[in-house]
Design a protein. Structure first.
Length: 179
């Protein structure tokens, strides 16, 4: 039958409390065990879930080291080049592993999730220097032309980081952008 869901619990409670049916009758009509009916009637839970705290891996136990070595070697590869859990299972099978694919899949998934949670160290500057203007020569610019403006060979180029700092700076007191 499987897990007893919210709808089945509702049916059991309605049959017992509203319709006044006996436990034996509810067991027969709804195809659930007496223990389940008693648990629903006596308890106030709306859903029953079963989750194992620790998943036993008796056959994988001796192969964990080999699988970890493979996973560490493949972690340096791009994601597209890494093998699926099915391919890892097949390699272990070739080495003599006689356990199930599910054990390999569960271990690999938890190993990868654990590695993904490790924080990456990166430097992120929290402040930028004030707007700086640097003169850079332009290769396509011909001095003395109409596009020249003031007749100089250099053009003032604002640095991108300085523009970002100016665009996103706000006055702390009013919350309004500074001009």
């Amino acid at each position: 039958m499987g897990m007893v869901g919210v709808d089945k619990i509702g049916e059991i409670r309605r049959a017992y409390f509203e319709q006044g049916r006996s436990i034996k009758e509810i067991v027969r009509t709804l195809s659930v065990s007496r223990a389940t009916v008693r648990k629903v009637i006596r308890g106030c839970q709306t859903e029953f879930k079963y989750a194992r705290d620790v998943q036993p891996t008796p056959k994988l136990g001796v192969w964990v080291e080999a699988l970890t070595e493979i996973l560490e070697a493949e972690s340096a590869l791009p994601k597209r080049e890494r093998r699926s859990t099915q391919r890892l299972f097949e390699e272990l099978r070739g080495r003599g592993y006689d356990g199930a694919h599910d054990s390999v899949h569960r271990f690999t998934k938890s190993w990868r999730e654990e590695r993904a949670r490790v924080p990456v160290h990166a430097y992120v500057p929290m402040s930028f220097a004030p707007l700086s203007v640097r003169l850079e020569p332009r290769d396509d610019h011909v001095p003395g032309t109409a596009a020249d403006g003031e007749g100089g060979a250099h053009e003032a180029v604002a640095q991108p980081h300085a523009l970002r700092a100016r665009l996103f700076s706000r006055d702390a007191g009013t919350g309004v952008r500074r001009p």
